[in-house]
Design a protein around this ligand. Structure first.
Ligand code: NAP
Length: 295
């Protein structure tokens, strides 16, 4: 048996098509969605990622403002976030990490208005998700759900083992899966006999950050495996948390690394921004204000 490849490209294309429709509707109403990215370190990998967000926004007709604030202090970053919260032309805010030494990220993300928190960084967003209220999930967690739904993998009543419990991936993903009526096991570094969970699961999601952690002996026959992990192996190659060569012949479907979850996230950030803009647009329509002033 060869596992079905759950590639991220067609999933991202579907999200972009969805986004294009909504952008068209907004433009018809004289409204343009806008994303703001706050950047405070000169890290090359981060700069590359932010450029890819800018490109994705431009391709979809979404404005993108990058606030370059090298070595900014906690107070300066707090003031920038507050200003973006108050700026009616901005619909999505990303506080790009890493931040300069001494800056408390946990305090700053709590300042992001949940309505503009399009990467689910504010703990309020995770709290809302966990009680079933509308909120943006972090793009990586949502990407996993988008992949499962795109490839029509049934979730209701299925046992999903989520390995990793970070606030960016494992925890929000578990909430999204619960919303789809899955039965979720959240596993982590203190879970004894991890394989007991992954072998019992119809779907395993690996979000750990350890190359080749999941091997064929630890997955159920014909199960589905999603690999969120991004690691660099001894040969300098990007690899996931799944030992793909051994797992592939045993499972029904597997998402690749690279080319899987990571391929979907940027398009989701833009989709979330456009959704946030649509909410604002809708409320302005209700108030009967002229749209042209709201660009
Ligand atoms: P993280 O904050 O370091 O969390 C890792 C999680 O894995 C923790 O919950 C940890 O448990 C658990 N863990 C560590 N060793 C384990 C083991 N041996 N067995 C079971 N669980 C173990 O990492 P993250 O930010 O969630 O990211 C996870 C992976 O996803 C990384 O490889 C990261 O690069 C990747 N990622 C990819 C994307 C993308 O776009 N593709 C985006 C974000 C992250 P404890 O809680 O007990 O420490």
């Amino acid at each position: 048996m060869t596992a079905r490849r759950l590639g991220g490209k067609p999933v991202a294309e579907e999200i972009r098509a969805r986004t294009a429709h909504l952008v068209q509707d907004l433009n018809r109403d004289g409204f343009t969605a806008k994303l703001a990215v706050v950047m405070a370190t000169g890290n090359e990998a981060t700069a590359w990622y932010v450029r890819s967000i800018e490109r994705a926004a431009a391709q979809q007709g979404v404005d993108c403002q990058v606030l370059q604030m090298p070595e900014a202090s906690q107070d300066q970053l707090a003031a920038a976030i507050t200003a973006l919260n108050n700026d009616e032309s901005v619909h999505g805010i990303i506080l790009q990490t890493p931040l300069p030494e001494g800056v408390d990220t946990a305090v700053l993300v709590q300042l992001i208005d949940p309505a503009k928190d399009i990467d689910g960084a504010n703990p309020l967003s995770l709290g809302r998700l966990s009680v079933g209220q509308p909120a943006f999930a972090p793009a990586t967690a949502r990407s996993v759900l988008e992949i499962l739904e795109h490839y029509r993998i049934p979730l209701s009543g299925q046992h999903v083992a989520v390995v990793g419990r970070s606030a960016v991936v494992g925890k929000p993903l578990a909430q999204l899966l619960l919303q789809r009526d899955a039965t979720v096991s959240i596993c982590h570094s203190r879970t004894p006999k991890l394989a007991d969970f992954t072998k019992a699961a119809a779907i395993t999601v690996m979000a750990v950050g350890r190359a080749n952690l999941l091997t064929a002996e630890e997955v159920a026959d014909c199960s589905v495996v999603i690999d969120v992990g991004t690691n660099v192996d001894e040969e300098g190659q990007l690899v996931g948390d799944v030992h793909a060569a051994s797992v592939q012949p045993k499972v029904r479907a597997l998402s690749p690394v690279p080319g899987g979850v990571g391929t979907v996230t940027t398009s989701l950030l833009i989709w979330h921004t456009v959704q946030a803009a649509a909410k604002v647009c809708e409320s302005i329509m209700w108030r009967g204000e002229p749209m042209a002033t709201r660009r």
